[in-house]
Design a protein around this ligand. Structure first.
Ligand code: NI
Length: 280
């Protein structure tokens, strides 16, 4: 089944005239409401960066997942001309709470936050909500939030309820990103505080290079149950990873690969009925 989406700009035509090429211009934070209203007449798509604020091993930044999600989102926005909302920097990180600095939302809280954000956007006429995610622990809850939002949009009788679609795009599982990580790091990519995500933070924030140092072999990834079990099994917070392999140059490459993959995926999402696909 396909719905007519006359106000959704087709792939290749989403760049706003006179506004391409600057991250500033595609940030919702820097737009006025009449500008957003005018944008909606041309494009019904919007990008929402979703991160997490959690430990990333003894040398990685607490903000890794939010920094990376926002950077990829802004680069995708620059390339496509699609507006980028402020990042939702707090995610579902309950299992990381055994480490100082982690700030987590419970699954029900994150579900409510994402639900409310989607409904806010849908009320104005946004019909394609593209969530660029930086944290695996958010995936199940984000999907549940989308299902809940569809139901609420219909129950509230929102004009675009039938056309509302949300898509979760995990930048770190884009095929080209995973391939590059495998080539650069092999098994030492691991599953948490990975060199690929740390590399991207080194590219974004050069000061983080001062934290880099060789680390002992990390405990391999495996099942965990809650924050105490996590810290017992993974005493320094890493899961099978060697973030010392990361470099800022690698990070620039990951940003390019992720932005290219997700820009293509977003163009398809805007031009389709949104019912299938996804970069994750
Ligand atoms: Ni992470």
């Amino acid at each position: 089944m396909s719905h007519p989406i006359p106000a959704t700009v087709p792939p290749g035509a989403t760049v706003l005239p006179g506004h391409a090429g600057s991250a500033k211009d595609i940030r919702l934070q820097l737009r006025s409401w009449p500008e957003v209203e005018a944008y909606l007449a041309r494009c019904r798509g919007v990008i929402v960066p979703l991160g997490s604020t959690e430990q990333h091993g003894p040398t990685g930044a607490i903000g890794t997942d939010a920094l990376t999600a926002e950077a990829v989102a802004l680069e995708v926005g620059r390339r496509t001309g699609v507006l980028v909302t402020p990042a939702q920097a707090f995610g579902m990180a309950e299992h990381h709470l055994g480490f100082a600095g982690t700030m987590s939302l419970q699954p029900t809280t994150l579900l409510a936050v994402l639900h409310d954000l989607v409904l806010s956007l849908a009320r104005h006429g946004f019909e394609r909500i593209y969530v660029i995610n930086g944290h695996g622990g958010n995936i199940a809850t984000a999907r549940a939030a989308f299902a809940q939002a569809y139901g609420t949009a219909a129950a509230r009788g929102l004009a675009g309820a039938e056309r509302l679609r949300c898509r979760l795009a995990n930048w770190f599982t884009a095929a080209a990103v995973m391939r590059e990580a495998r080539e650069l790091y092999g098994d030492r990519e691991g599953h948490h505080a990975t060199p690929s995500e740390i590399a991207l933070t080194l590219h974004l924030e050069p000061s983080l290079a001062a934290k880099q140092r060789p680390l002992p072999e990390a405990a391999p990834a495996g099942p965990i149950h809650g924050p105490e079990d996590f810290r017992r099994r993974h005493p320094d917070g890493r899961m099978g990873s060697d973030p010392y392999l990361a470099s800022a140059d690698h990070g620039a490459r990951f940003l390019e690969l992720a932005a290219a993959a997700l820009s293509d995926d977003l163009a398809e999402f805007l031009g389709s009925d949104g019912s299938e696909g996804g970069a994750d």
